[in-house]
Design a protein around this ligand. Structure first.
Ligand SMILES: [Zn+2]
Length: 386
């Protein structure tokens, strides 16, 4: 348990340890050793980690852990962040299963959406698991009162809150949000990703930390503890924010037209076995399994971010609404990573049909393991991810 083996040893050995470190959300060496047992590892230094991860801990780790899934779930709302994401999100809320430490993350435009998100989460837990969610623990912020708290009565869930000015009583959720932000900063810094794409960064981090060995769980990945039959090897991780080329499959109307389009790699689909790619020039968001990655090429050049892109605030502890009004940290000029020569291809193109969905289509309805290119209408309702 805990061994991910995302890819064969032959391919593993072709990728440097620092590149795996960057693909896997800047995971520390002990975690990489567990995740990549076949790769000879050595000490390395990473500038992004030095700049963007904080090492001070205000919330001591919990000494106990639940013995069954969903007996206790922790939750916390982050921000409002002063820079809305490209789709207008300013908040995110996390739900963390105390037993497996699996994290669900929902992006929010406004605090008022928490009630509908909370209902969706409770319904999903009721549908997906045989055991009911028994206790949810939050801080005593106002967004968890009123209609949101009433949902606990409706779903027969005990709502525990921390005492006033005692955020450490909600330490699991606070630490999880801090971890998400620490790694998101590193992902964005390493590839000069613009700050308005923070929604992609935190969603990507949530995907990775659910699948990486956790020291809290004796180096078992959280999602493997919750879903023992989950295939963790289904999608090879890639470096967030790099240039990628999405192959346009099917028969083009113009036989001399390009057969691929340039995108920025921004994450992993929850419902499809594919990579999420974004084109800032035309606002297209696609999921595709047929992608060629240029992991040595940041989509945004360093000069693009230097003038207007503050970083996600650091330090981020405690994670409270006060972050929204805090001034940005001094911007550290990013450096171009050492050039690599590899270009990774996902797989050879096949004659799969091209599917371009209309803007109102629901892309979450399918979990086809080999989907073709799909345009994603970004949901106007909050996005749930696990
Ligand atoms: Zn790093």
């Amino acid at each position: 348990m805990g061994c991910i083996s995302w890819i064969s040893y032959r391919l593993l050995s072709a990728v440097s340890i620092i590149d795996w470190h960057r693909r896997l959300g800047h995971a520390p060496l002990p975690i990489l050793k567990r995740a990549l047992p076949d790769v000879p590892l050595r000490e390395f230094s990473c500038e992004s980690c030095i700049y963007d991860k904080q090492h001070r801990s205000s919330f001591p780790p919990a000494c106990t852990r639940s013995s069954t899934p969903l007996s206790l779930v922790h939750s916390d709302v982050w921000s409002p962040y002063r820079v809305p994401s490209i789709f207008g999100f300013r908040y995110f809320v996390t739900f963390i299963d105390d037993y497996s430490r699996t994290t669900w993350l929902y992006l929010l435009h406004d605090r008022i959406e928490l009630t509908s998100v909370f209902r969706a989460f409770l319904l999903e837990m009721r549908t997906q698991f045989a055991t009911p969610l028994r206790v949810i623990r939050t801080d005593n912020a106002r967004e968890y009162t009123g209609r949101t708290s009433n949902l606990c009565t409706e779903f027969v869930v005990i709502h525990q809150t921390s005492c006033a000015y005692t955020p450490q009583q909600n330490g699991v959720a606070e630490r999880k949000n801090r971890h998400l932000l620490d790694v998101a900063r590193s992902l964005m810094f390493q590839m000069h990703v613009l700050i308005e794409y923070w929604n992609f960064a935190v969603s990507t981090v949530r995907h990775l930390i659910n699948r990486l060995p956790s020291s809290v769980l004796n180096f078992v990945p959280p999602i493997q503890l919750l879903y023992p039959s989950t295939n963790l090897t289904s999608l090879t991780p890639r470096i967030f924010g790099c240039v990628c080329y999405v192959h346009l499959l099917g028969s083009p109307s113009d036989k001399l037209a390009p057969r691929a389009a340039k995108y920025m790699f921004v994450g992993y689909s929850r419902t499809q076995k594919g990579y999420v790619c974004y084109s800032p020039s035309d606002g297209k968001l696609v999921v595709s399994a047929d992608v060629t990655f240029c992991e040595d090429q940041p989509f945004h050049l360093p000069s693009t971010t230097s003038s207007s892109a503050p970083s996600i605030p650091r330090p981020a502890v405690p994670v409270t609404p006060s972050l929204s009004s805090s001034s940005s940290s001094p911007h550290v000029p990013p450096q171009v990573p050492p050039p690599l020569t590899r270009v990774y291809s996902r797989r050879p193109s096949k004659d799969a049909p091209v599917t371009q969905l209309p803007a109102t289509s629901d892309t979450s309805a399918t979990a086809d393991p080999a989907p073709s290119l799909q345009l994603i209408p970004w949901p106007t309702t909050p996005l749930s991810i696990v």
